[in-house]
Design a protein around this ligand. Structure first.
Ligand SMILES: [Fe+2]
Ligand SMILES: [Fe+2]
Length: 319
């Protein structure tokens, strides 16, 4: 069995200071928003509880899918790199950026060597067509049977927008990687920050070419797609030429209990079986609505078509 932990939307609560040279209107609005509401929402204590819980499980790999920081400030990236390093070695931890990681300094961030080590293909992934450096997609093969494929949907956006996009170059490579992984009898787990299918959030904050991504997944297949961005637990099934692809959104890992969003949570995916008969178990771990401690939030099989009512998971309007 291979276990993958998915954490997302860390929004490191570092209380960033906005220096004169780093000023922009978008950052200023983000700064005000941080102090007005987000600062109370995202807490180190919640992150710490989840990290402790992960360390108590036999996890083979940890994937962090973006919004590591808030305003894209240099000091935040330094803290972000330290946080990722504390989570595990670059071989055990993967990362893709989100829209908040592209506030202003996104390109510099992508070039930072402290981050690229969490975004590089391993030897097996290179042979499957993964990229070698900060250009994505990267591919890592975990435990010999699960390929994790990291996509970059982050891009600079204007004021009040939080959309993303998968570049055409990445899409082309993703198509070939999905085919190569299937030919190599690997389980395919794609990870990206923005929801990869139409209808999962409003257009001003959606992946602009989610229709193209959905079509590619339908035509080439994947066993699992993980995303963040909505700060809510969501589950959608996508019919593909190779069977059902489960598309799962995980809430933020740092949100305190009692607010508008799902409280801090991570999802553990236990993968077993083999080609033609993969089995995936999703085990939710996090704060419940009643308690400030990490508990079992339920386990579901992602293989049966009848065991899960996805409408129950799509309540509320994602922000
Ligand atoms: Fe976020
Ligand atoms: Fe986001």
């Amino acid at each position: 069995m291979t276990s993958i932990a998915h954490l997302t939307d860390i929004h490191l609560p570092n209380d960033p200071a906005l220096r004169f040279g780093e000023f922009s209107l978008k950052r200023f609005m983000g700064y005000m928003n941080w102090h007005r509401s987000r600062k109370l929402m995202h807490q180190f204590a919640v992150l710490g509880l989840l990290q402790d819980d992960i360390s108590q499980h036999d996890v083979d790999h940890i994937f962090v899918s973006g919004d590591l920081v808030n305003l894209g400030l240099e000091a935040e990236f330094v803290a972000g790199a330290e946080w990722l390093a504390a989570l595990g070695t670059p071989g055990d931890v993967s990362f893709v950026p989100g829209n908040h990681d592209y506030y202003g300094s996104g390109r510099a961030f992508m070039r930072g060597t402290a981050f690229t080590q969490f975004m590089m293909s391993d030897e097996a992934g290179l042979a499957l067509g993964g990229d070698t450096g900060p250009e994505l997609p990267f591919v890592r093969v975990i435990d010999g049977d699960v390929a994790v494929i990291g996509l970059n949907s982050g891009m600079p956006t204007p004021l009040l927008k939080a959309y993303g996009e998968i570049s055409s170059q990445q899409l082309k490579r993703l198509r070939d990687i999905l085919d190569a992984c299937r030919a190599a009898d690997l389980y395919r787990c794609v990870v990206v920050h923005h929801p990869p299918l139409p209808g999962l959030t409003r257009r001003s904050r959606a992946m602009r070419n989610d229709d193209a991504v959905m079509k590619l997944l339908e035509e080439h297949g994947a066993e699992l797609v993980l995303y963040g961005h909505n700060h809510r637990q969501q589950h959608t099934r996508l019919k593909t030429v190779h069977g059902v692809c489960h598309v799962v959104g995980t809430p933020s890992a740092s949100v305190a209990r009692g607010g508008h969003y799902d409280p801090g949570r991570y999802n553990l995916f236990n993968i077993s079986g083999g080609p033609g008969g993969w089995m995936t178990e999703l085990a939710g771990r996090g704060l419940s609505l009643q308690h400030d401690r990490v508990s079992d939030l339920g386990t579901i099989s992602l293989n049966s078509a009848d065991d899960y009512d996805l409408k129950d998971q799509l309540v509320g309007t994602p922000q």
